[in-house]
Write a protein that binds this ligand. Sequence first.
Ligand code: 5GP
Length: 184
Amino acid sequence: MYGDDIASVLITEQQIQDKIKELAKQVADEYPERGDRGDLLLVGVLKGAVMFMTDFARALQVPVQMEFMAVSSYGSATSSSGVVRILKDLDRDIANRHVLIVEDIIDSGLTLSWLLKNLASRNPASLEVCTLLRKPDAVKVEVPVKYVGFEIPNEFVVGYGLDYAERYRDLPYIGTLDPKVYSS
Ligand code: 5GP
């Protein structure tokens, strides 16, 4: 698939699935089933978090509800500016709900920092973040993230939901791209 576009596999399918089980156990232990605020509400950030969201939701094995939000961050193809626009908002009110944002990757942290402020203003009972990937060396704003799957080097990655020009989201692993892909 995708010929020789992938230069290296950074995280294998097995490693991703093992990590999801680990994260799910941690989250399920920390959120009491049907507490006084109802089921845990997962908020997935489209489109990158879709694969992680669906695998993670099933691994949790506690009742959850799912909402999606789509945001666009102005910037170049491979970096964000922190100026965020909502393309699709949540369908429901999150006031008094336990909310867990499910993210694919935190790079500069600018998008997430904006999202946290935006969702916090809607008065959830609690608001935490679970991200599959984080690039510690790329951080421009520190954001409190309770659950982190993998810390990765400051390189552009694709696969498992993450794209380059809308391609490679369907790969089951996380990899880096061959430089020829950017120049073609
Ligand atoms: P941040 O605002 O943290 O810099 O960027 C967050 C968004 O930028 C992510 O949700 C993702 O859409 C995109 N992004 C950041 N790093 C990468 C990467 O290495 N690969 C891909 N495909 N997207 C990335």
